[in-house]
Ligand binder design. Sequence first.
Ligand SMILES: Nc1ncnc2c1ncn2[C@@H]1O[C@H](COP(=O)(O)OP(=O)(O)O)[C@@H](O)[C@H]1O
Ligand SMILES: O=c1ccn([C@@H]2O[C@H](COP(=O)(O)OP(=O)(O)O)[C@@H](O)[C@H]2O)c(=O)[nH]1
Length: 237
Amino acid sequence: MRVVISIGGSVLAPDLDARRVEGHASVVETLARDGCEIGAVVGGGGVARDYIGAARDLGANEVQLDQIGIDVTRINARLLIAALGSQVDPKVAHDYEDAGDAIRRGDISVMGGVMPGQTTDAVAAALAEYVDADLLVYATSVDGVFSADPKSDPDATKFEEMTAAELVDVIGDIEMNAGSSAPVDLLAAKLIERAKMRTIVLDGTDPDRITPAVLRGEHTGTDIIPEGGDEPTYWAP
Ligand SMILES: Nc1ncnc2c1ncn2[C@@H]1O[C@H](COP(=O)(O)OP(=O)(O)O)[C@@H](O)[C@H]1O
Ligand SMILES: O=c1ccn([C@@H]2O[C@H](COP(=O)(O)OP(=O)(O)O)[C@@H](O)[C@H]2O)c(=O)[nH]1
């Protein structure tokens, strides 16, 4: 089974904590040992937002801020690589071909951002499509996609299941400034829709929630069901 796991900066690196990074690396290694081929894409987290905030105060434009964000995601990718064992490609992949080559060789590949105007959510969706992944998992700071931002709307309700077209509708109004927050960004949602990619959005604060979701489809987040896609298949016996 080929899986792309997007580890949001909010769960991997809200601040710098080696133990937290180790926890995520351990989950990725366990899945790889179980026979999964893995591409991991990591976000920028609190450090990226701090840098973006400071540079915005200094007058940087949004593309320059995105470039700062990308640099930080790649530093976080290096952290995850440092925590992974010998099965990882030691280079941060800067494009989908390099990541795809590493995955086909049997290595775990780790990416950060690639270009301004998007977030690592879109990188993960494009990588999943490029390597023809069976599953795309977003480990983020909220347990799924809600009808509105659950942090600001107490009446927001969670979708246990939704189509990619519904996902596009729900997140379409969220701002796309450098450093903005969304469970999945709009470009990612459109890529998921066109690739008919089976996708799970879940709370990855505790990385151990990722393993049962990947192996058995067990989670409490949101399943994004491809219209016209394949029936889910699970790896675990
Ligand atoms: N419709 C929504 N459903 C779920 N979360 C939402 C929604 N709209 C906004 N959010 C916000 O998106 C945030 C997740 O984005 P973020 O913290 O940037 O995660 P990541 O680091 O994984 O990219 C949540 O904290 C939540 O407040
Ligand atoms: O391909 C990319 C990936 C990231 N970013 C920038 O880097 C920031 C941090 O990345 P991301 O939002 O994925 O991190 P997270 O929300 O997971 O902390 C984003 O807000 C963008 O400004 C970008 O411009 N292009």
